[in-house]
Design a protein around this ligand. Structure first.
Ligand SMILES: Cc1ncc(COP(=O)(O)O)c(C=O)c1O
Length: 361
């Protein structure tokens, strides 16, 4: 394909400063084992499909009408599930969008933002978009980070817990101590992966006004294709998010996504068993990788970060790809010798191990 020269004549000049996020590859062929974007290999609850069909059964008349602008039905179920009030919840089109609203409503024009030096790479892209200065929190040699290592001049902190790319998490007490000591700093905790074994901070929103938590239906609920996420926090913070949302897109959550989210939250049995299966597969894969010379970080997410003592990260990535297994390899010099592997089904984990052994041992 020839590269077309772009005319930037009509562009907002600020676009030249952006560094957009590059999502993991989404191959169109179905014969790949896709372990690169931390999706749920088991898919959503069957109740989700039934709920979507119910919306569609009206011959599309339901779709003729706009969805609820404030997503009240979905918020009601989320609030019951997480034991918070309706006005402590904000919902959006995936947690990426919820995060974008947070950047605009709560982080922009408020001073420096601290993020871990290795974390979800969407954060720096959003910071550029909203012209927010970033301070990096240094990671220790074991890839963990300590909130007490923050630079003194920050107004907000954002991190994923478990942290993206490493899978390592902070516990609730560590976060609570930070909130108590720093009531003037806003802390946003991205709990995209929390269901796979870490401690959630949702209950802290009752006591602390300086914490907001973001969540997604994409990982533990197997609904990445529906685009559904939410934030939980004190009413003042949620109100700020609504101000931006209602100045930008009044209907971020469509009727199918809302029905899917409600059905998923109501199917506790499916949720518990799905989560347990992924945790078991993660432990199995970690154990087996260690026996063939891998170092694997202690993950509480649905992925692991692994590095081999003798074979480079680039080679592992490309050899796996040749064998139709896609994992994620990052250019960041700190983790260039590592690959991030999403936890698949047991069969996928076994296939991965078989291919790894074919060129490693
Ligand atoms: C840490 C983290 N937060 C948020 C997201 C985005 O999730 P969503 O699909 O809800 O936009 C991801 C996606 O991979 C992620 O890794």
């Amino acid at each position: 394909m020839t590269k077309q020269r772009l005319s930037k004549k009509f562009w907002n000049p600020y676009l030249n400063k952006l560094s957009p996020y590059t999502p993991g590859e989404q191959p169109t062929m179905s014969n790949y084992i896709k372990l690169n974007t931390n999706e749920n290999p088991l898919g959503p609850s069957t109740h989700v499909k039934n709920a979507i069909l119910k919306v569609l059964k009206t011959n599309g008349t339901e779709l003729r009408l706009y969805p609820e602008p404030e997503s009240q039905s979905l918020k009601k179920v989320i609030s019951q599930h997480y034991k918070v009030n309706n006005n402590q919840i904000f919902v959006g089109n995936g947690s990426d969008e919820v995060l974008a609203f947070c950047f605009q409503a709560l982080l922009a024009n408020r001073g420096n933002l601290a993020i871990p030096e290795i974390t979800y790479s969407f954060y720096p892209s959003l910071a550029k978009l909203f012209a927010i200065n970033i301070n990096l929190i240094k990671l220790s040699n074991d890839f963990s980070f300590n909130l007490n290592n923050l630079n003194s001049n920050v107004s907000s902190v954002l991190f994923a817990n478990p942290n993206a790319t490493t899978g390592i998490s902070l516990n609730k007490i560590q976060i609570q101590q930070f909130l108590t000591k720093n009531p003037q700093i806003l802390v946003i905790v991205d709990e995209a992966y929390v269901d796979f074994g870490a401690q959630s901070c949702i209950s802290l929103i009752k006591k602390y006004k300086n914490i907001l938590i973001t969540r997604t239906f994409s990982k533990s609920r197997g609904l990445a294709g529906m685009r559904l996420g939410f934030a939980v926090g004190n009413h003042d913070l949620i109100h700020a998010l609504n101000l931006v949302k209602n100045s930008f897109n009044t209907y971020p959550v469509d009727k199918l996504a809302s029905a899917a989210g409600i059905a998923s939250l109501k199917d506790k049995k499916w949720f518990d068993s799905n989560k347990q299966k992924i945790i078991r597969n993660r432990e199995f894969l970690t154990r087996k990788l260690k026996t063939i010379g891998f170092e694997v970080l202690p993950s509480q997410a649905n992925f692991i970060l692994a590095s081999h003592l003798k074979v480079s990260g680039t080679k592992i990535f490309s050899e796996l790809k040749k064998n139709k297994i896609i994992v994620r390899h990052f250019n960041n010099p700190k983790i260039k010798n590592w690959v991030r592997i999403s936890i698949g089904t047991k069969v996928q984990c076994e296939k991965l191990l078989k291919v790894l052994k074919s060129f490693i041992i």
